[in-house]
Design a protein around this ligand. Structure first.
Ligand code: FES
Length: 161
């Protein structure tokens, strides 16, 4: 009999999206790549906590979960920057101005999505939907979800990190 599902690491709504995906795929070890993909779309990258949670939920040993995440170049493990800035590019956020936010960050910090500033202070990432559509456009600064942001607001947040 399958073990009870592990408890999500936090109340972050994104875990609910990942849990829903896990359930839809039958909590099977075969679903590992698909669920990691969903997790990366939600968080922008896969940190050790996410890898551990997904592995436990699917009954996959940590060595295999980590092995798959490092093998496929599509997956991004914890970015190099001291801080992460994940700009949501899901439909609601895209319509709400995500493109302008990314453009501004790229211009001001000279980095594109998936890149880290030269001083290693900030990594810019994108995610497909972070579960905060009513706050569109939403950005996650480290673990802090902020919404209804203008490009100026985003730059102010980044300066304060
Ligand atoms: S589309 Fe951005 S939070 Fe859902």
């Amino acid at each position: 009999m399958r073990q009870a599902s592990p408890k999500a690491p936090s109340d972050d709504k994104r875990w609910r999206m990942i849990d829903a995906r896990i359930r839809r795929l039958g909590s099977s070890p075969d679903a590992l790549i698909e669920v990691l993909h969903t997790a990366q779309e939600a968080f922008g990258y896969l940190d050790p906590e996410t890898l551990a949670y997904v592995g436990a939920a699917l009954g996959v040993p940590p060595s295999r979960t980590y092995g798959v995440a490092t093998f496929y170049s599509h997956f991004t493990l914890k970015p190099q920057g001291k801080h992460t800035c994940v700009v949501c590019t899901g439909t609601a956020c895209y319509i709400g101005g995500a493109r302008g936010i990314i453009k501004r960050i790229s211009q001001d910090l000279n980095i594109g999505p998936g890149e880290t500033t030269e001083d290693k202070r900030i990594s810019l990432l994108t995610a497909r939907c972070i579960g905060a559509c009513s706050l569109a456009p939403a950005v996650v600064f480290d673990d802090d979800v902020q919404g209804k942001l203008s490009p100026d607001d985003v730059m102010t947040h980044l300066e304060q990190l």
